[in-house]
Structures are given as structure tokens and as C-alpha cells.
Design a binder for this molecule. Structure first.
Ligand code: SAH
Length: 373
């Protein structure tokens, strides 16, 4: 059936021409804006003005130092961001989750996490995810599509607007999706967020989290960026890790850790290993011993995350992270236990979107502690 609208009045057999998609200027670096504006007969300096407005979340008609005619021309030809706020939930601890609706009607999740002097935004890099990690709500949704650089940056811009005058200081790619499977858009988003003419978030305050794609890790090491790398390790042996992270069957632990070593060497940055504790499975003395051997000589920290269960079948024990931390510290490993936060906002990966699109697991996840950051 043809949708209602102009197309509904066209004779059968004549396809309705899709409206030309507008360029999303939020996804363009200043040099690219220079070219875009040159096409409109505009001088170079306008690019800096436009970039600054875009990254403050302004609409074209609010860009008061641009000529009126240019503003209306821009509104005809381009967009200043594309996401619409759909839902926001705020937890008593200040954590907030935003659901943003993309132009193709899909939902994008973004989380704001205030902690002391830092304010972190957790962004999504994809809608859904192809990697199906066992405890992850996003994996259950499958991969819908990757986000554009503009859509990634816009999540931070929207949160920055919402939490003004507090400044966003950190960005972590720990929302929906696998950032290294959307490599170009993610790296471009990092450059956009980092740019001094916009939000100017230090690369060292941006963390990319991956389920462990060695080629992507090595490539990221060569970008000349200082971004932090988090690797969702979750186990120290291939048999256990493959049960939690199916990607491990293709990219076993040895390859992942070797890429992590290359990253640490090249960038001089410590690696953060994310480790969701699944009692009885990955918190045994044997796993602790193997983890010590794996990370020997590698500058790293292991972040233990109490599992935020998606179903009643997943075992939980609030004390297990503490016990495992003890085992790791005894072997000289630097460990942090990540506080569970934002239970009320369904802080774990994909859970708000799951609920909004009515998937079965979300309701059960609601009452549980959320993912730690
Ligand atoms: N795909 C990337 C980034 C998204 S997930 C990655 O795998 O790293 C971000 C982090 O949240 C990962 O460490 C992931 O393992 C963790 N996570 C996902 N679901 C969780 C849950 N239910 N409880 C606790 N942590 C979870």
C-alpha cells in the first residue's frame, strides 16, 4: 500500500520520488563545511561560525551571526542534526537516559552519567548490534544499522544542551553497538567531538569500547588519536569467553590481547579491560590466574562490572565482584569495581530501546541494577 501524502495521488505505476536527503552538517568537519559553504558562495570564515553553532545544538534560524538569506538557504539544503527527543528518564543519582528518534524512525539510546567533577555521556555507535554477547540487551535486537558520525555527535550535543550549564567532560562508546564495526563514522565522530571549534572534548577523555576486533584495534592505534581503549574481555580463557562473547570464536583471546599490547605501545595508553562478573563462570581462581598471565607486563586496569541480568536464568551475586577483585589484586592486577548506576533509567546496553520497542526481556531488566560505568 502506498503511504498517504502526495504520492497517494500519483497514478498507479509511477513511483513517488523520494525527497532528496539533506546533508547533515553536524557530521562535517570544518574543512568540509568550508567546501560546502564555498558552493553557496560563502567565505571561509563562515565555516567556523557554522561549526560552533551546530555543536551547540542551534537550529539554522538561531545562528544570528550568519546572514538571514544564508540561514534560510541552509535550512532548505541541509539539516543541523536529525534526531528527535523521544523519551528521557532520570534516576535519583542524576544518571539520565535519552531515547532519540532517527529520521528512519529507529531509536538511539544515550546515557548521561554525572560523577563528581566529571560528566560522562555514553553514546551508541549503531542501532542494535550484530555481536550477540550473552548478557547484552542490544545483541538480542540484532543489527539494524550503523549510525552516521553526525548521529553519534548529536547524542553528545543533545545531552550537553540538556545538562547545561554543566559541561560534558567525557564520552564513552559504550551504548548500543560495536564501535569498531562502524569504524569510519566512529573515528570521524571522535575528531568532531575533539575539535576545538566545537565541544572540544579531549581525546584522552574519550573511550572506545570493543568486544575485541583485533584489526580495528590496530587500526585505531595508527590514527594518531589519544583515545582510551576499553576491551570487553569478560573471561581469560577461550572456552569461557566464547560462551559470553561469540565474537571470540573468530577472534580468540590471544589475538585480542596482542592487539591490545600494540595499542598500548603505540599510544602510550593504559588498556581498560571490561569484565562482567558471571558468578561461577568467569570468577574462578583459575580465571584469575589466567588473567594475570595474559596481562603480564601490559599497562592495564580490569574493570569488574556486576552483571545486570537480562533474564532470571542469569546467576547474580553482589559479592562475587568483590571476591574476584581480591583474587586479582593478590596477583598484582589493578582492579576497579564499577558502581552500578541508574537502575531506574535501565542503564544497561539496549534496555531502554528494548522496552520502547516492546521486547520481552526489558521488563525483567527494569528492576535490576544497571550497568556500571
Ligand atoms: N560493543 C562494545 C560497546 C557496547 S557494550 C563492547 O562490547 O565493548 C559496553 C559495555 O557494557 C561492555 O563492556 C559490555 O560488556 C557491557 N554490558 C553490556 N550488557 C551488560 C549487562 N547486562 N550488565 C553489565 N554490563 C553489560
Amino acid at each position: 500500500m502506498r503511504p498517504a501524502g502526495v504520492g497517494a495521488y500519483l497514478p498507479a505505476g509511477i513511483a513517488m520520488k523520494a525527497p532528496a536527503t539533506k546533508a547533515d552538517l553536524l557530521g562535517l568537519l570544518p574543512d568540509e563545511l568550508v567546501l560546502f559553504l564555498r558552493g553557496l558562495g560563502q567565505p571561509r570564515y563562515r565555516a567556523g561560525q557554522l561549526f560552533s553553532w551546530l555543536h551547540r545544538g542551534a537550529a539554522f534560524d538561531e545562528m544570528t551571526d550568519l546572514p538571514k538569506l544564508l540561514r534560510s538557504r541552509l535550512a532548505e539544503l541541509a539539516s543541523a542534526g536529525t534526531l528527535r527527543a523521544e523519551a528521557q528518564e532520570t534516576a535519583p543519582d542524576g544518571a539520565a537516559k535519552l531515547a532519540l528518534r532517527a529520521t528512519d524512525e529507529h531509536l538511539v539510546e544515550t546515557v548521561l552519567l554525572p560523577h563528581g567533577r566529571r560528566t560522562t555521556v555514553c553514546v551508541s555507535s549503531q542501532i542494535g548490534c550484530a555481536y550477540q554477547c550473552r548478557f547484552c540487551a542490544t545483541g538480542r535486537q540484532g543489527l539494524v544499522r550503523s549510525l552516521t558520525a553526525g548521529e553519534i555527535v548529536e547524542q553528545v550535543v543533545r545531552v550537553q544542551q540538556a545538562c547545561h550549564p554543566t559541561r560534558v567532560t567525557n564520552v564513552v562508546f559504550m551504548g548500543m553497538g560495536e564501535p569498531l564495526a562502524n569504524y569510519h563514522a566512529v573515528v570521524k565522530a571522535v575528531r568532531l567531538l575533539n575539535h576545538s571549534g566545537g565541544l572540544h572534548i579531549g581525546a584522552r577523555h574519550i573511550a572506545v569500547s570493543t568486544c575485541g576486533l583485533p584489526d580495528g584495534i590496530r587500526r585505531l592505534a595508527s590514527e594518531g588519536l589519544q583515545v582510551a581503549l576499553a576491551i570487553s574481555l569478560h573471561a581469560a580463557t577461550d572456552d569461557v569467553r566464547s560462551q559470553l562473547v561469540p565474537a571470540n570464536r573468530k577472534h580468540p583471546i590471544a589475538e585480542v590481547v596482542s592487539a591490545a599490547r600494540a595499542y598500548a605501545e603505540r599510544t602510550g595508553r593504559k588498556i581498560a579491560f571490561q569484565y562482567v562478573v558471571v558468578p561461577g563462570l568467569n570468577d574462578t581462581p583459575d580465571q584469575a590466574r589466567r588473567l594475570a598471565a595474559l596481562t603480564h607486563g601490559l599497562p592495564c586496569i580490569v574493570n569488574l562490572i556486576p552483571c545486570n541480568p537480562l533474564s532470571n536464568s542469569e546467576p547474580t551475586d553482589p559479592r562475587s565482584a568483590g571476591r574476584f577483585a581480591h583474587l586479582l589484586r593478590a596477583r598484582g592486577i589493578a582492579v576497579a569495581i564499577r558502581r552500578s548506576r541508574g537502575a531506574e533509567v535501565l542503564g544497561a546496553c539496549g534496555q531502554l530501546r528494548s522496552r520502547l520497542i516492546g521486547q520481552k526481556d526489558a521488563g525483567r531488566a527494569e528492576a535490576r541494577p544497571a550497568k556500571a560505568r
